[in-house]
Write a protein that binds this ligand. Structure first.
Ligand code: G1P
Length: 297
């Protein structure tokens, strides 16, 4: 019997080195896509997928994440007094979006180590892990797509997508066999392989459903790629023991918003879709002279 997936874990302790200097004193999870910080997109996706309880794994200098999902009495008071009802509602809704708790990863020892901090939170339930850099824009919420596969196969699930060329070596990569359209049974997973060693073009994307068994595997996992404790290596141990793991090829677009170019692309896409800004922004983009000559100026 599968458990209903009620809990989600957001690792948010990373140093954000790909986005310096912006992330020197500001969490990368608080970088703003149009008018919402990255982590809010993830939390909204979680809630839309049926998640009730969230653990955010933070580190030093991440207080603004907690403030973002807390009640801000002063701000609410001012908005009320000024009759800014819409803004008031938005701000209030954020503090009520889900039950959110926090824990600190005291040392940045890798994604596997970060997820391990969720051991108490998960207890004996299967749980979701969502990487806030990976912004998923899809018809059905990305996490919901994983939950559907989890419920059908009664086994943990990872998100995957095809990645062309050498970029594959920035990801965890699966070796897998398709069992139905867009659903795969995983044979192996390798974290950040060299291009020539990648077992396929199927990259792991930052959405997972795990069972608590993962914690035992992580306890025994030695540092791997980049000298970090990798969740992919924990998974490997379980796969070798014959545990079934599935992957679902996500419908939708994934933006790597922790990367400067990925972030810019996501910003343009979300701005164009924005109800209040989209039309004017489109007109602005159309007015740009994007010929090769103008780029040099
Ligand atoms: C992490 C995971 C990797 C996955 C990627 C997806 O890597 O370790 O397996 O493919 O997220 O975004 P990171 O990007 O944190 O180095």
């Amino acid at each position: 019997m599968t458990h209903k997936i009620r809990k989600a874990v957001f690792p948010a302790a990373g140093l954000g080195t790909r986005f310096l200097p912006a992330t020197k004193s500001m969490p990368k999870e608080m970088l703003t896509l149009v008018d919402k910080p990255l982590i809010q997109y993830g939390v909204e996706e979680a809630v839309a997928s049926g998640i009730e309880s969230i653990l955010i794994i933070t580190g030093r200098d991440k207080a603004s994440i907690e403030n973002h999902f807390d009640i801000s009495f002063e701000l609410e008071q001012v908005l009320k007094e000024r009759g800014k009802t819409e803004a008031f509602k938005q701000v209030r809704a954020l503090s009520e979006i889900a039950q959110i708790v926090y824990t600190r990863q005291k040392q940045a020892l890798g994604l596997g180590h970060a997820i391990y901090q969720a051991k108490e939170f998960a207890g004996d339930e299967a749980f979701a892990v969502m990487l806030p850099d990976d912004i998923m824009d899809s018809e059905t919420p990305a996490l919901k797509q994983l939950i559907d596969v989890y419920e059908k196969y009664d086994a943990p699930v990872l998100a995957t997508m095809q990645i062309e060329g050498e970029t594959i070596s920035r990801f965890g990569v699966i070796d897998a066999e398709e069992v139905e359209p867009n659903v795969y049974k995983i044979k192996d997973v390798i974290e950040k392989p060299k291009y020539e060693d990648a077992p396929s073009d199927m990259a792991v994307i930052g959405r997972y459903i795990f069972t608590p068994e993962l914690f035992d595997a992580l306890e025994k996992t030695e540092p791997g790629a980049g000298g970090e404790i990798q969740v992919a290596d924990g998974l490997r141990t379980l796969l070798k023991k014959g545990r079934p793991y599935y992957a679902v090829k996500l419908e939708g677009t994934r933006h790597d918003a922790g990367d400067k170019l990925g972030f810019l692309i996501a910003t343009v896409e979300y701005a164009l879709k924005n109800e209040n800004l989209g039309a004017e922004f489109r007109d602005y983009l159309k007015s740009l002279n994007l010929s090769a000559d103008s780029a040099k100026k």
